[in-house]
Design a protein around this ligand. Structure first.
Ligand code: AP5
Ligand code: MG
Length: 223
């Protein structure tokens, strides 16, 4: 579907709720640019940039990186995408980040994925990631065609250093204390749309139908 005006969306949900998986489908189905804060940080770690080296310890421990650093990084990416519609995944994650974003852009829609914590713990330990693209696989749920290799490039997949059981628990705790208030922030602005479930394949058709309907209205308003 082609959009007639720029669309700004955010996807939220606890670690492992399927944000990366659903974002890939949204960007394919609706052509939004997918910007994942975690993917950008991991690319910095992989390339051993100064920022990556500084942030690696916090990320591996399941702690959030400082607000000013991540806000500057993501807002910098967004200035390169002035003429594109985008979907932010993993940002904002604190009230301060949400306020920094709001200073420059107003968000049209926030997709909130609600998946029970006990489901998430099991998922993350069987996840494999293609670092350059952020594509994710799961050995039980959506395995790659060739074990250990990315479907598109054939390059090797890795397991994230922060997907150990103890770190996953810490990430879930950080989500509850620091990120849940952001949901309330967007709810009060009337842009929050919550999707509940335990399986991404069952949640996805609802997200897709919702966004197509929303975009049809946006396009009609402009036509
Ligand atoms: P980030 O990379 O954003 O991690 P996260 O929010 O913890 O979320 P994940 O990427 O782990 O999960 P996801 O929701 O994308 O799920 P996925 O689709 O992969 O951040 C990492 C770290 O960076 C943070 O901890 C922090 O340190 C730092 N950071 C990032 N942004 C920051 C910010 N704004 N401020 C401060 N610090 C920041 O799915 C999960 C798995 O489940 C996959 O394997 C998938 O295949 C599988 N799956 C999906 N559906 C099913 C199903 N039905 N059955 C079985 N498996 C399934
Ligand atoms: Mg992700």
């Amino acid at each position: 579907m082609l959009l007639h005006r720029l669309y700004r969306a955010v996807i939220m949900g606890p670690p492992g709720s399927g944000k990366g998986t659903i974002s890939g489908r949204i960007s394919k189905s609706l052509g939004l640019q997918h910007i994942s804060s975690g993917d950008i940080l991991r690319a910095n770690i992989d390339a051993q940039t100064e920022l990556g080296l500084l942030m690696k310890a916090s990320i591996d421990e399941g702690q959030l990186v400082p607000d000013q650093i991540i806000s500057r990084l993501i807002l910098g990416e967004l200035t390169l995408l002035q003429h594109s519609s985008w979907l932010l995944d993993g940002f904002p994650r604190t009230l301060s980040q949400a306020e920094s974003l709001e200073e420059s852009y107003s968000v049209d829609t926030v997709i909130n994925l609600q998946v029970p914590f006990h489901i998430i713990r099991q998922r993350l330990t069987s996840r494999w990631t293609h670092l350059p693209s952020g594509r994710v696989y799961n050995v039980d749920f959506n395995p790659p065609k060739v074990p250990g290799r990315d479907d598109v490039t054939g390059e090797p997949l890795i397991q994230r250093d922060d997907d150990t059981p103890e770190t996953v628990m810490r990430r879930l705790k950080a989500y509850q204390t620091q990120t849940e208030p952001v949901l309330e922030y967007y709810r009060s602005k009337g842009v929050l749309e919550t999707f509940r479930g335990t399986e991404t394949n069952k949640i996805w058709p609802h997200v897709e139908a919702f966004l197509h309907k929303k975009f049809a209205v946006v396009n009609k308003g402009v036509a």
